[in-house]
Design a protein. Structure first.
Length: 114
């Protein structure tokens, strides 16, 4: 994985098949707004698989969940895949409670993304 781009709220790492977007410590309404351009650009990327890296994320709110689901639906329309990598703590509890894990694949190893 090479080619790293950084914005205030996200860090992107790209490979040929998979695009990994690292989410910051908090993915709340403010961070979602800051990340909107980066999230929208993911839909334009040619990568068949998008992975949201939650390994450093400690908090997510309903705006963050909404952004994830909206991105997932847009990628699904393009017959692309999305996965959530290393969600833990409060983000995992909230996503599980809202049954996001029943729709979007949760992974602990990036090789599971494809």
């Amino acid at each position: 994985m090479a080619d790293v781009m950084t914005t205030e709220s996200v860090q992107n790492t790209q490979s040929t098949e998979t695009f990994v977007l690292a989410i910051n410590k908090e993915f709340d309404a403010h961070q979602v707004e800051l990340a909107r351009v980066a999230l929208d650009s993911l839909v334009e990327q040619p990568h068949p698989t998008v992975v949201l890296d939650f390994s450093e994320t400690a908090f997510i709110d309903s705006s963050g969940i909404g952004a994830i689901v909206y991105l997932y639906k847009r990628l699904l329309k393009q017959q692309r895949q999305m996965a959530i990598y290393k969600a833990a703590g409060q983000p995992l509890k909230l996503m599980t409670m809202l049954r996001v894990n029943q729709t979007i694949k949760f992974i602990d190893d990036l090789t599971q993304a494809v």
